[in-house]
Each structure stands twice: as structure tokens, then as C-alpha cells.
Write a protein that binds this ligand. Structure first.
Ligand code: ADP
Length: 482
């Protein structure tokens, strides 16, 4: 059984959960302990106690610790990628790519340990100077979802530690394997005991503790909109000082395809953005907004490409689309497919779940599903599905495309496929999203630049790259009269 890491010790919790392979549900990857609420509190106490030591830790050593974590992750990419594909269900190539990204993130933030400077300004008062410096926030609760089991932990834990904070990390209960492997690497990195803690477990057992304890200074959360709102309320409503919080939630990302788009570029972007990662990405292109001059060619090329996609075991090399992560997510996907049909959308491809793949392995398999003849008022196009389901919305022209793209409560990522510089510039400026992609899928982002959205998708400052400093540090303004 895999244990939690609290105050520098490996500890069994109050129960265990099995990590099941969604590509073959007979395959139990391992048994993982579940922290109790008292243990979550122990982890917070340990992180609180370790905060001064970690904040004062020599920066060269801090950088080397994070560098060593990055190097080990990269060296073990094949093994960790296989574990990730096995527990989450994205294809092996995608899983290895995610692991590589996690390694690069640790290496990037190893560099950031030494890089940040402050600012020195004149004061309005003669002889005085003003110094701006960044200090750690303190204890950070890190709550992550199941769809990126190592990348999201990496892009939250690495900056938290790099900027001198201590961490209590709760991964999603469904995919503890990659999180545990990352914690095991961190446990050997030479951090003071308590600087990094792993509490695997269920939200209902430990969620409140991670949010409500006044020693937790900041909470970073990625997950559903409903839970994000609860996290925000807890951070504001708790006794004592409010916690700083950062939320990454849903998306209903549009990919606009204009008449002048290169058809191959558009189809590649749409297939990748909508269906890779089994559509289980908050940046997935779930709304394909297509102008009428290219619509029919686009739909027929999409259906051709979909016919060639192999749905199967995530670890088989022939597979393009792995299984859905679990039975309840599959049920949600199927519910939305039924809703789409009832709303009058035309099922152009897919829609069928199957319980056994071509090799006879039982899993949560779903064909990639494309709806056409949809409109933006349908629930299909308003609510996040989080599966391999996308819909085409036909529009008259570029202006209508822009209006439809922006007509959503979300604003994480948005794309446009066009060969016109004028359209590209206009959409880049006018799309209401945190990230805009021109001739590229809405999903798939670089590790060293800001990630985050607008409107209902995100709250708080950006993640990743140097912009992460905004969340993981607090600014001090010092007035100095010599
Ligand atoms: P999903 O499981 O669809 O990714 P959730 O928002 O349910 O989205 O879960 C995201 C993460 O938040 C998971 O680690 C989950 O355990 C955790 N979580 C869920 N509910 C709470 C809560 N009330 N308090 C704290 N964490 C929670």
C-alpha cells in the first residue's frame, strides 16, 4: 500500500482506495491510503512549522533541490508516463508528454528561485528610498483534479516551493499514482521535514480541513466550477484571516474556422483540440464555430478523420483516443449525448459507448462524438461536458463567429483558423479568453508562460511561468531612511 507523506514520515491513513485502470478495469494499479482529517491537520501543522526553515533555506540549495526533481522526472519519463496512461487513460504518447512537461516545469522553477529581484524606487520624501520585495505567502493547500495527474501538481507545487512556501498537496482521489510518485521524488530532494506534505484522500474527509485551517495562507484549486465556488466561499468565510485563492475551473472553448482557413490546419486543430486526451481537458475545443463557406467541407473532412481514429487501451501504440476516466464521467458524457439528440442536434459521428475494446479488455470506452446542426443556445454548447464530444455551430460570417465564440460564461481558451492577417489580428484582440490560439488547437500550452482564463473559467492571478509569482508571493514595500 502507498502511504501519505506528512512531516517527513510515510503514514497510513484511515482507509484505502484502489487505483483502477480505466482501459482495463480488471487491472488494479495499487492500493493507496486515505488521510484522515486529523492527518490533514498534522500536515498543515508540519507545513506551518517548516515555513520559516524553508523560507530561509539557502537559495542555491533550494534551486538544486527543484532541479534534481525535474531531472529525475525527465529521466523516468517512460515509466512515469506508463503509470499516468494506466491510471488516467490518456494515450502513452500524451502521458509521456505530460511527464516531460512536469519535468520542465520543475527545471524552470529551479531557475526562478535565483532569478527574481525586487525594485528600488525613489521616495517622494527626500533622502528616503522605497524597496519592493516578494516574500513567501506561507502554507499553501494544493488541490488538483484527475485529468492531468502530474502536470497540474507540478505547475502548482514547483512554484509554491520555488518562492519559499510550504505545501500540503491533495491530489484527486481517482488518480493517486502519479501524485504519489512525484511525492516520493520530492521526499528525497533534501527539503526540511514538513516543507512538502502529501495527503491523498477524499474531499469529504479532508477538504474542509485544507480550506478552513487558519494556518493555510493560500489555496490553489483546479477542478469543477461547483467545487471552485465552495473553495472560494470557504477561503473567504472561514474564521481568522481569509486565504488567498486561485481557481481554475471549466471551459467551453470555441475554435472558430473561417472561410479562408487552410482546411487541413483547421481539421488538425479541431481533432486534436476536441478529442485528444479523450476531450478531458479544460482547454478542449468543444464548440467548433464554422462559417458557411467552409462548413460542409470541414464537416466531411472531420468525419473522415474521425473514422480513422482508434479508440482503445491507452497503453497500446495503435490507440489515438483512450478511455473515459471512470464510469461516472462516462455516464455524464452519455447524458450530454442524449441531451444533444433531444435538442435536435445531428449526430454526425460516434455517440456509442462500448464496454470491451478490440482486445477484449473491459474499460470505459466511448467513440469520439461530433454533433452538427447545433446552435449556441443548446445545453450541448453551454455546459462543460468534459469528454470526447464536440459540436459544430454554423455561422454566416466572421462577425457572427466572433459573437458566438464569446457568447459563453467561460473564457479559458479560444482559437481561430484563418489565413488572413486581418482576421487573425481582430480575433486575437476580440476573443474573450485568457489564451488565444491562431491556427492551433485550443488545448496544448507551453510550460513557461501564463495559463488561465477569464469570466467563469478562472479566478485570481495566472498560473505558470513568471506570472505564478503573483499568487505564490506577497509583495512587501519597505521605506528606508538611512
Ligand atoms: P473533478 O473531480 O471533476 O476534477 P472536482 O471539483 O470534484 O472536479 O475535484 C477537484 C479536486 O477538488 C479533487 O482533488 C477533489 O477531491 C477536490 N474537492 C472536491 N470537493 C472539495 C471540497 N469541498 N473541498 C476541497 N476539495 C474538494
Amino acid at each position: 500500500m502507498k502511504l501519505n507523506f506528512i512531516a517527513g514520515e510515510w503514514l497510513a491513513g484511515g482507509g484505502t482506495g484502489d487505483n483502477i485502470n480505466p482501459s482495463d478495469t480488471r487491472d488494479v494499479i495499487g492500493s493507496y491510503t486515505r488521510a484522515t482529517s486529523a492527518q490533514a491537520e498534522m500536515a498543515i501543522a508540519a507545513a506551518h512549522a517548516a515555513a520559516p526553515a524553508w523560507a530561509a533555506f539557502p537559495v542555491q540549495q533550494r534551486a538544486e533541490a527543484l532541479e534534481a526533481v525535474g531531472i529525475e522526472i525527465l529521466a523516468r519519463r517512460a515509466e512515469l508516463g506508463d503509470l499516468l496512461a494506466r491510471e488516467e487513460g490518456k494515450t502513452l504518447a500524451e502521458a509521456i508528454g505530460e511527464v516531460v512537461r512536469a519535468g520542465h516545469i520543475f527545471k524552470f522553477f529551479a531557475g526562478e528561485v535565483l532569478r527574481p529581484g525586487g525594485e528600488l524606487l525613489s521616495s517622494v520624501r527626500p533622502g528616503m528610498t522605497v524597496e519592493l520585495t516578494r516574500e513567501p505567502v506561507g502554507v499553501v493547500s494544493i488541490i488538483t483534479p484527475w485529468n492531468f495527474p502530474i502536470a497540474i501538481p507540478a505547475w502548482t507545487i514547483a512554484p509554491a516551493l520555488a518562492y519559499g512556501n510550504t505545501v500540503v498537496f491533495k491530489p484527486a482521489d481517482m488518480v493517486p499514482g502519479s501524485a504519489w510518485a512525484l511525492a516520493e521524488i520530492l521526499s528525497r530532494a533534501g527539503l526540511p521535514a514538513g516543507a512538502f506534505n502529501l495527503v491523498m484522500g477524499r474531499a469529504r474527509d479532508i477538504g474542509d480541513t485544507l480550506l478552513n485551517d487558519a494556518r493555510v495562507a493560500a489555496v490553489t484549486f483546479t477542478g469543477s466550477d461547483a467545487t471552485g465556488r465552495k473553495v472560494a466561499q470557504a477561503c473567504v468565510g472561514r474564521k481568522g484571516p481569509m486565504a488567498k485563492f486561485q481557481l481554475e475551473m471549466g471551459g467551453k472553448n470555441p475554435l472558430v474556422v473561417l472561410d479562408d482557413a487552410d482546411l487541413d490546419v483547421a481539421v488538425n486543430a479541431a481533432i486534436n483540440g476536441a478529442f485528444y486526451g479523450t476531450g478531458q481537458r479544460c482547454t478542449a475545443s468543444s464548440r467548433l464555430v464554422v462559417t458557411q463557406g467552409i462548413h460542409d467541407r470541414f464537416v466531411s473532412a472531420m468525419v473522415d478523420r474521425l473514422r480513422g481514429l482508434v479508440v482503445g487501451n491507452a497503453r497500446h501504440s495503435a490507440t489515438h483516443i483512450g478511455p473515459v476516466v471512470d464510469a461516472s464521467q462516462l455516464a455524464q458524457d452519455l447524458t450530454y449525448i442524449a441531451i444533444g439528440k433531444n435538442e435536435g442536434a445531428c449526430l454526425a459521428y460516434g455517440g456509442e459507448a462500448f464496454e470491451v475494446n478490440a482486445q477484449g479488455e473491459p474499460g470505459h470506452y466511448l467513440q469520439p462524438t461530433l454533433f452538427t446542426e447545433t446552435n449556441n443556445a443548446m445545453r450541448l454548447n453551454r455546459e462543460e461536458i468534459f469528454g470526447p464530444v464536440a459540436s459544430v455551430i454554423q455561422v454566416t460570417d466572421a462577425e457572427e463567429a466572433l459573437a458566438v465564440a464569446n457568447d459563453t460564461e467561460f473564457g479559458l481558451s479560444a482559437g481561430v483558423c484563418t489565413t488572413s492577417l486581418r482576421h487573425a489580428a481582430h480575433f486575437k484582440r476580440q476573443l474573450q479568453a485568457g489564451m488565444v490560439m491562431v491556427n492551433a488547437p485550443t488545448a496544448g500550452v507551453d510550460p513557461h508562460v501564463p495559463f488561465g482564463g477569464r469570466k467563469g473559467s478562472s479566478h485570481g492571478s495566472r498560473e505558470q511561468g513568471r506570472y505564478a509569482a503573483e499568487f505564490y508571493t506577497t509583495v512587501k514595500t519597505a521605506y528606508v531612511q538611512p
